[in-house]
Design a protein around this ligand. Structure first.
Ligand code: RET
Length: 283
């Protein structure tokens, strides 16, 4: 029996009690085509999105429009690195679930690298959306701080093996931070977007973002880390599909809009680009 199939059997039967080497985890991922494909598809899509952004935004000159474009590009830069980490077996572990968990005593394949790297990618999504809504530094940095708090506490929820109550408490904390972001997206930024004249594009992005972002905690809740109604491969594909809309879909909508350099984007007086009486430096 290969070590990969031994791992697979062990994971399915809940027999894995020892820690695995990175090579064993890598072989486990390779042997599960559902899981492996959920990583590889996103590596490809993130790469294509980076190239598409570079092409679509090749003629952009306004510094504020450039800032939005660069923010969207960084979402995919983080994503391609994140999925490469998952596919390498670098940011995943088998963790034994505590008493009271649906998979109590079993070693569960935990893709904790996802939660870690969301702390780096979601800020760029919010920066791009906040800038597009013409919002101010206070609201944008608040959204960034709360998304980092949400992801780090989500990471803690996934990594806690001492107590099932503590796992769910982390989940509740993370969800409270999540609601702050939802409030900004649904209440603060639509009002800012109206003032900036970007209501139409912002509304579309808002709906896509809010719906897909609710999918992440739902998957966590239903997946192996939560009540374990969904298996690892399906959960992973769920996250990967949400990423396609929340990252690449949203990015392409933003970049196609911003690449035309509409006045609503370039005429803003914040973020250094078009400050009145200030000539932007030639970058
Ligand atoms: C977790 C579990 C704990 C409770 C909550 C969560 C929310 C996660 C979200 C993730 C969004 C990720 C995106 C990634 C793009 O790169 C951490 C799953 C509320 C909303 C958009």
């Amino acid at each position: 029996m290969t070590s990969a199939s031994a791992l697979l059997l062990g994971a399915q039967g809940g027999l894995l009690q020892s820690s695995q080497t990175q090579t064993e985890i890598f072989e486990y991922i390779l042997s599960d085509s559902l899981l492996a494909s959920s990583f590889v598809v996103n590596i490809a899509l993130a790469g294509l999105t980076i190239v598409a952004i570079a092409y679509l935004a090749r003629n952009v000159t306004d510094p504020r429009a450039k800032l939005i474009v660069i923010s969207t590009m960084l979402i995919s830069v983080v994503s391609i690195s994140s999925y490469t980490g998952l596919a390498s077996g670098l940011t995943v572990s088998f963790l034994e679930m505590p008493a009271g968990h649906a998979l109590e005593g079993q070693e569960v394949f935990t893709m904790w690298g996802r939660y870690l790297t969301w702390a780096l990618s979601t800020p760029f999504i919010l920066i791009a959306l906040g800038l597009l809504a013409g919002s101010n530094l206070t609201k944008i940095s608040t959204s960034v701080a709360f998304t980092i708090a949400m992801c780090v506490t989500g990471l803690a929820a996934a990594l806690t093996t001492s107590s099932v109550v503590m796992r769910w408490w982390w989940f509740v904390l993370s969800s409270i931070f999540f609601l702050v972001i939802i409030y900004i997206l649904l209440v603060e930024w639509p009002a800012d977007a109206q003032a900036a004249g970007t209501t139409d594009i912002f509304n579309t992005l808002k709906i896509l973002t809010v719906i897909t972002w609710f999918g992440y905690p739902l998957l966590w809740f239903l997946g192996v880390e939560g009540i374990a109604v969904l298996g690892t491969g399906i959960t992973s594909w769920g996250y990967s599909l949400l990423d396609v809309i929340a990252k690449y879909g949203v990015t392409l909508l933003i970049v196609t809009y911003v690449a035309k350099e509409p006045d609503e984007v370039t005429a803003g007086s914040n973020y250094g680009s078009s400050l009145s009486k200030v000539v932007p430096s030639d970058d």
